[in-house]
Design a protein around this ligand. Structure first.
Ligand code: NAD
Length: 355
């Protein structure tokens, strides 16, 4: 197949982990006879330095013209002034909005070999394989903000179509997995949550009767994620609850360096990135974990290009590299030698060749 992929390395360790992901994409193209055209563009701090804005028009145009976008990470101390007019994160918000990406998907699967890296007991982690689908462009983060001398408010607003489309995205995903959807809200207190629950009930009953739906209050969900994480299949939730629960869920896997993500809209085009940031503390040292970015490539192939075989091959190759003990510093057990970013990429390529 022919496909165009926009590559936005960003800042800090972004370019280092993206370099390994590019090698994996090239190996997949070679092995399965695809022609991927990669176009690199600036985002975040690197874009601010070069053009004065975190998302140059050219980057958005290249991304819009592509079938999928692969992103590293943005940000760093150089651009950290919270009062600064232009900030690297503006690039992220602008590209999500510019591409109409309203559904953020974060899978969390725990590899037994890495159980030591998680703060939870290994017996709690056995069989964990869940995906959190977070609404990305609505809710309290985007509602009207008011600041007066003695009070402040943030409006939380959701429309029926906004809830319908995210529930459909999550339900379609659940349908291809264990057919269990948990919708998370705060319907005992919030009106937006009561609307969310009503709409979710209707969409699931009418369009996804084969997927088992349950509702959970966000506080209970925060507890269950730690107590019985293996019970979850797909979780769907609004923007702020999703923001918090995804960070909590990421700790199940032990390191942020393991977790990929996808942001999707109505069409096939999506934005794929590791969940971690630009890790300025280790940038430039060649020791960052590239697995989350390589696993983001697998999600890209699956969701935007419908190349399921290739996606699974990458996931299996990362699993093999880990089983072989090729672990970067964030994963390696204390006292063991850590692999470099490049060595981790080499191990994935080697496993792909042997698959
Ligand atoms: P971070 O995710 O960059 O780092 C947190 C810790 O995890 C650090 O100790 C880091 O070394 C480690 N870490 C992260 N990714 C790793 C990897 N692949 N391999 C090994 N270790 C890894 O979060 P932070 O320190 O809070 O933020 C740093 C910068 O990144 C800030 O400017 C922040 O705004 C930005 N940020 C960007 C994104 C994004 O681009 N999506 C997300 C979060 C934070």
């Amino acid at each position: 197949m022919r496909a165009g992929i926009a590559v936005l390395p960003g800042d800090g360790i972004g370019p280092e982990v993206v370099a390994e992901a590019r090698r994996v994409l090239a190996a997949v193209a070679d092995r399965w006879g695809h022609a991927f055209t990669l176009r690199e563009a600036l985002i975040g701090g690197a874009a601010i330095d070069a053009t004065g804005t975190a998302l140059p028009d050219e980057t958005l145009e290249i991304s819009r013209a592509a079938d999928a976008v692969l992103l590293g990470a943005v940000g760093g101390p150089k651009w950290d002034d919270p009062r600064g007019k232009v900030r690297p994160e503006q690039g992220l918000l602008a590209i999500r909005k510019g591409l109409g990406l309203y559904a953020n998907m974060r899978p969390v699967a725990v590899t037994p070999k890495l159980a030591h890296a998680s703060p939870l007991r290994p017996d709690l982690l056995a069989g964990v394989d869940l995906v959190v689908v977070r609404e990305l462009t609505g809710g309290i983060y985007f509602g009207q903000k008011v600041r007066e001398k003695d009070h402040a408010s943030d409006l939380c607003l959701y429309t029926v179509p906004e809830v319908e489309r995210i529930v459909r995205t999550a339900a379609r995903l659940a349908r291809g997995r264990r057919k269990k959807l948990t919708s998370v809200d705060k319907a005992n207190v919030l009106e937006t949550s009561r609307l969310w629950r009503e709409v979710t009930e209707r969409v699931m009953k009418q369009e996804f009767p084969d997927v088992a739906l349950s509702h959970m209050l966000v506080d209970a969900c925060a507890m269950h994620l730690i107590r019985k994480p293996a019970d979850f299949d797909v979780i769907v939730t609004e923007n702020m609850f999703g923001d918090i629960l995804t960070d909590e869920a990421s700790m199940l896997a032990g390191s942020m360096g393991m977790l990929p993500s996808a942001s999707l809209g109505d069409g096939k085009r999506g934005l794929y990135e590791p969940i971690h940031g630009s890790a300025p503390d280790i940038a430039g040292k060649g020791i960052a974990n590239p697995y989350a970015t390589i696993l983001s490539v697998a999600m890209l192939l699956r969701h935007s290009l419908e190349l399921e075989t290739e996606a699974r091959a990458i996931e299996a190759a990362v699993g093999k590299a880990i089983d072989r003990g090729v672990l970067t510093g964030d994963l390696a057990a204390a006292g063991t030698k850590a692999a470099s970013t490049e060595a981790a990429g080499d191990a994935v390529l080697e496993a792909l060749r042997q698959s």
